[in-house]
Write a protein that binds this ligand. Structure first.
Ligand SMILES: Nc1nc2c(ncn2[C@@H]2O[C@H](COP(=O)(O)OP(=O)(O)OP(=O)(O)O)[C@@H](O)[C@H]2O)c(=O)[nH]1
Ligand SMILES: [Mg+2]
Length: 210
């Protein structure tokens, strides 16, 4: 039997890890260096036990240019919205991305991914007396250097507390009947990456969206 094809959008600000998450999910590997996505890349993964082929649209995150982004949204069945657990402003962009996509697709199921969880875990495990900024700078030079090459300045780090995500989730659950789930992920270690993509797959199957 032919697998059903679903269109999944991967959205979120620049450098939050969208391309890295697809690379982990489709190719089971990780790359420390940052190459900004220009335009859109579509990758495919078959999930036979779900009778599904996921067509994953990895869309560039730099600049929330609504018109350019929205031209890729039509026909999407679901979305993964990603933020960076070490840059608070990327968490604040979540609602903007959702409004942007729903304005084209209507309400579709989505999953929120707080990515780069390994960096938070590494900091919590380190016993040395350091600030979070110092910890990131000492341990993730390659990532910072590639940001500097692209932007000519240091990224600003600020952790996003898990309780902020939980509050955001509660608020959405109280005020809307949207179907969604959320995960803390790491494209680097692979933690929760399969789970996040599969959770969207299950919502699509359950809801008869496909
Ligand atoms: N430590 C760590 N680094 C990550 C993780 N995910 C991505 N990165 C790094 O973050 C940087 C940006 O990752 P990308 O996957 O290119 O980000 P993007 O969201 O596709 O960015 P745009 O294409 O510009 O929208 C790269 O240096 C990655 O190696 C993660 O889970 N942990
Ligand atoms: Mg990218």
């Amino acid at each position: 039997m032919a697998l059903r094809s679903v269109k999944i959008l991967l959205l979120g600000d620049g450098a939050v890890g969208k391309t890295s998450l697809v690379r982990r999910f489709v190719e089971q590997r990780f790359d420390e260096s940052y190459k900004m996505t220009i335009g859109v890349n579509v990758k495919k993964r078959e999930l036979e036990e779900m009778d599904m082929t996921m067509m994953i649209w990895d869309i560039y995150g730099q600049q929330l240019n609504r018109e350019l982004h929205s031209s890729n949204y039509s026909g999407a069945d679901g979305a993964l919205i990603v933020y960076d657990l070490i840059r608070y402003q990327t968490f604040e962009s979540l609602d903007g991305w959702l409004d942007n996509v729903f304005s084209v697709t209507g309400n579709i199921p989505f999953v929120v991914l707080g990515n780069k969880y390994d960096l938070i875990q590494g900091f919590e495990k380190s016993r040395e007396d350091k600030t979070f900024d110092e910890y990131v700078e000492e341990n993730h030079l390659e990532m910072i250097e590639s940001h500097q090459r692209l932007y000519g300045e240091d990224p600003e780090f600020s952790r996003v507390p898990v309780k902020d995500l939980e509050e955001w989730v509660e608020d959405k659950e109280d005020r809307t009947d949207l179907r969604f789930s959320y995960y803390l992920t790491s494209a680097k270690t692979g933690e929760n990456v399969e789970e996040a993509f599969r959770s969207l797959g299950s919502m699509l199957k359950e809801g008869d969206n496909i």
